[in-house]
Design a protein around this ligand. Structure first.
Ligand code: PLP
Length: 439
């Protein structure tokens, strides 16, 4: 049994003492409050927040309209349990989702708490509807920390280390990464190559009548903000239709305005049979959703969907406020403008810096991939990435990384960020990257 460390009074030391190491954090900052695109630590220091709660705060921290909606809801109804009697705001959020989701077919929606829970539930629905077991996922993908979601993730370490066994009937295929195509494959042939690998899967490892669904992020998030070629999602849609396989589009990170449309898949002209949303849907309150084909959504027996806290009224009130902000604050227009400003800055940095291999993204979901050599594309080592995050923090900016090699600096700044804050944060990133002395 480990001995107890000395009792301390510092929140950061208490964080180390009382919270297990499995819960990692990018920054040793204990947060007291936040507003707009800034966070304040318990020591009173203010930081620009370019992590945006990992894609949760498209509408900004503590937006007054979200705060008001949650406060008013709290005074009226905090919980009824949807299985006992659904809150009005739950029903309203589902209606809004059905109206907003792409696809000219009858739809229904269900609310849950987390992204991973939406993933798990979508897998249940797909299996129940098709009566097939298999699920195809992509290398480099991220779908969460619960067992099925972990199994679907296209990366083993660190999440799957030492915690198996995992659920079965999951297959992984390559995701088209234009910056790192497989050896011998030209970037222009990526879609054809990846679709060929999918077809091969159905003739070698499994068969169409064994596969319920393909799950995909329209832009890989944790995988490093990888945008597939324009023709890939339409080709995937056609593949699924050809084989009677359902398409699950996981917009947990890319959705709710981040890419300049409410859902990123709209830009590819593709609708999923099931569409998953979470994160920025409720501006920081725990809420996720599945909106999809009514016949698929109806495939579970009564009682097969739900959960005590799912679609909590406070979270639903926040989501309705966010739907309002999409209109009144032109969140989608803001995503385009913020995205263009980040792109200009990151493109310039990619030209000026020998360690920025690529500037990429869609709308305001933007990143730079850092390498030691632009020709070999060898990833910048972890110690250097850590130093970049530290130096940014010292200059007052919280930013986070992503990617299979942890060498992608990603920007998920609130879309409501002011011009001055945005420019200051981008300058900090440029100064730190250009001035980095590698270890
Ligand atoms: C695309 C995607 N799906 C699912 C998840 C899991 O969401 P949660 O952490 O809310 O379970 C994430 C989380 O980052 C994600 O980015």
């Amino acid at each position: 049994m480990p001995t107890l460390p000395n009792k301390t009074a510092s929140p950061l030391a208490d964080r180390e003492r009382y919270i297990p190491r499995g819960l990692a954090h990018y920054h040793p900052v204990v947060v007291e409050s936040a507003s707009g695109a800034t966070l304040r630590g318990v020591d009173g220091r203010e930081y620009l927040d370019f992590a945006g709660g990992i894609g949760v705060l498209n509408a900004g921290h503590c937006h007054p309209k979200v705060v008001k909606a949650v406060q008013e809801q709290a005074a009226k109804l905090i919980h009824s349990a949807v299985q006992v009697a659904p809150p009005r705001v739950y029903v309203e959020v589902c209606r809004k989702l059905v109206e907003a989701a792409p696809g000219a077919f009858a739809k229904k929606a269900v609310l849950l708490n987390t992204g991973a829970e939406a993933v798990e539930t979508a897998v249940k629905l797909a299996r129940a509807f098709t009566r097939r077991p298999g699920i195809v996922s992509f290398e480099g993908s991220f779908h969460g920390r619960t067992y099925m979601a972990m199994r679907l993730n296209g990366k083993h370490k660190p999440l799957r280390t030492r915690v198996g066994p995992f659920p079965g009937d999951v297959y992984h295929v390559p995701f088209p990464n234009p910056y790192r195509p497989p050896a011998g494959v030209a970037a222009k042939d990526l879609t054809r190559y990846c679709m060929g690998r999918l077809e091969d899967l159905l003739t070698t490892t499994t068969a169409p009548e064994e596969v319920a669904a393909v799950i995909i992020e329209p832009v890989q998030g944790e995988g490093g903000f990888i945008v597939p070629p324009k023709d890939f999602l339409p080709a995937l849609r056609a593949f699924c239709d050809r084989h009677g396989i359902l398409l699950i589009i996981d917009e947990v990170q890319a959705g709710f305005g981040r890419t300049g449309t409410l859902f990123a898949c709209e830009q590819a002209g593709v609708a999923g049979d099931l569409l998953l949303a979470a994160k920025s849907i409720a501006a920081g309150l725990p809420l996720s959703a599945i909106v999809g084909r009514a016949d698929v959504m109806d495939s579970l027996e009564p009682g097969g969907l739900g959960g005590t806290y799912t679609g909590n009224p406070l979270a639903c009130a926040a989501a309705l406020a966010v739907f309002g902000l999409v209109e009144t604050e032109d969140l989608l227009g803001k995503a385009k403008r913020v995205g263009e400003a980040i792109k200009r800055s990151f493109d310039k940095l990619a030209k000026a810096s020998p360690i920025v291999g690529e500037s990429r993204g869609l709308g305001a979901m933007r990143a730079i991939e850092l390498v030691t050599d632009k020709r070999t594309k060898a990833p910048l080592p972890e110690a250097d990435m850590k130093r970049i995050l530290e130096l940014c923090r010292e200059k007052g900016l919280l930013v986070i990384k992503a990617g299979g090699h942890g060498n992608v600096l990603r920007c998920l700044v609130p879309l409501t960020v002011g011009d001055a804050h945005l420019a200051r944060g981008l300058k900090i990133i440029a100064d730190v990257v250009l001035g980095l002395k590698r270890s």
